[in-house]
Write a protein that binds this ligand. Structure first.
Ligand SMILES: Cc1ncc(COP(=O)(O)O)c(C=O)c1O
Length: 404
């Protein structure tokens, strides 16, 4: 029904993933493959294309009137997909989640305040905290053995000892990027209890909540810990789920009317209370019509994940790809290959001509890791995996020699 194998040429279309690659990575090769930034190489759900086409054909592109139907579509989506009941009145649209995080910081903290991050964590958290003249308080994630493979866990006892009177906000990524950790209700409740105990605002960035694989289930923080509702802001978007990152629309949700007023004041102060009509049309259409597409996408991504994990671990003996329960961002530790991080980076960039996100971007604990975006048609993924196989071929002959 949906042809996720179809390769769509994105070079030369202002696709950041493809057209910013050479500038950011230094990989000049015309056949380079981007496996960095988190967008997918698949066509959006047909209902999105239809909605945008209708707008284009009408050809009048005036100011957008928010009639409430956008928030209504989000409310319906969260109820249907996650069993979460939210009210349209709790929703503040922002031009993307990252800008929402910056506005939240301005609303609830002051320059010099500390913001907790759980590294390795989505790099834009660090950037937006620093850009707003707040300070990062790192709460290092630890690896624990899950049922079969390692996963990340929060060490809240260690965090408790690091908190200071200047600590005001916690940025949680749920599911976690990178590592694809889907937090359990118990883990979320424990974090919520700490936030209550230490008077912290919890920002739960759930942009990856729809990209969770069979066998795992996303629990919204609000559902796990309703007792924290007054100090919780949940951030969600249709843009990651439905591959609409260029639409740049997100939602900040809180049931605390006073907190929402503070956030809305920052939104107004930045002149952001009027919305991009294309972004609103695309994301509303996605929530209203995209569910069948998403249900077809998830098994395709799961197969890409399995293929990627098996092939990277076979290609580079010692490589370990964290088992993702969610997201399409493989998180690979290459420390046990015996290669230095510089050597690994050179092999991936120069021999394989692949741009993966360097693990150092994600803060402490990422040094020996690379993040690979595998949300691409299988012909591109197979080409990338073949190149990675070649880039580490000498390690395998070395291994064979040693075992003889
Ligand atoms: C955890 C997380 N939050 C936010 C974003 C980006 O959100 P936006 O493009 O709406 O700013 C990403 C993108 O990868 C992400 O992984």
């Amino acid at each position: 029904m949906f042809d996720f194998d179809r390769v769509i040429e994105r070079r030369g279309t202002h696709a950041s993933k493809w057209d910013n690659m050479a500038r950011l990575s230094g990989i000049e090769s015309p056949d380079a493959i981007p496996m960095w930034v988190a967008d997918m190489d698949f066509a959006a759900p047909p209902g999105v294309t239809a909605a945008l086409t209708a707008d284009v054909q009408r050809a009048v592109h005036g100011y957008y009137a928010d009639t409430g139907s956008w928030a209504g579509a989000l409310v319906d989506w969260m109820a249907r997909r996650h069993g979460l009941r939210i009210e349209p009145a709790w929703v503040s649209p922002t031009p993307g989640i990252v800008s929402g995080l910056g506005l939240i910081l301005q609303a609830v903290s002051a320059p010099g305040d500390e913001v907790v991050v759980f590294p390795p964590a989505y790099h834009a958290f660090r950037k937006i905290i620093v850009a707003n003249e707040r300070r990062i308080l790192d709460a290092q994630l630890v690896e624990t053995q899950g049922n079969t493979r390692a996963r990340y866990a929060m060490d809240l006892d260690a965090l408790r000892t690091k908190l200071t009177p200047r600590t005001k906000v916690v940025f949680l990524c749920s599911p976690h990027n990178p590592g694809g950790t889907v937090w359990s209700a118990d883990e979320l409740r424990a974090l919520a209890a700490l936030c209550i105990e230490r008077d912290l605002i919890l920002v739960s960035d759930e942009i990856h909540c729809d990209l969770v694989f069979a066998g795992a289930k996303h629990t919204p923080t609000l559902a796990a810990a309703p007792e924290i509702a007054d100090r919780l802001i949940t951030c969600v978007a249709a843009t990651k789920t439905f591959n609409l990152a260029g639409a740049h629309v997100g939602a900040c949700i809180t049931s605390n009317a006073a907190l929402k007023r503070r956030l809305d004041a920052r939104i107004a102060a930045s002149g952001l209370g009027s919305y991009n009509a294309f972004g609103m049309a695309a994301t509303e259409a996605a929530w209203r019509t995209g569910e069948v597409w998403l249900d077809a996408l998830l098994p395709y991504l799961a197969k890409n994940r399995d293929l990627f994990d098996a092939r990277i671990e076979a290609a580079a003996p010692g490589a370990r790809s964290m088992r993702l329960d969610g997201t399409y961002l493989a998180w690979v530790d290459l420390s046990a290959t015996g290669l230095s991080p510089e050597d690994v980076a050179a092999r991936v960039a120069k021999r394989a001509r692949i741009y993966a996100s360097p693990g150092t971007q994600f803060g402490p604990g990422g040094d020996t890791w690379l993040r690979f975006n595998f949300a691409t048609p299988r012909p591109i993924l197979n080409e990338a995996l073949g190149r990675l196989d070649d880039a580490f071929a000498d390690l395998r002959t070395g291994e064979m020699r040693a075992s003889r």
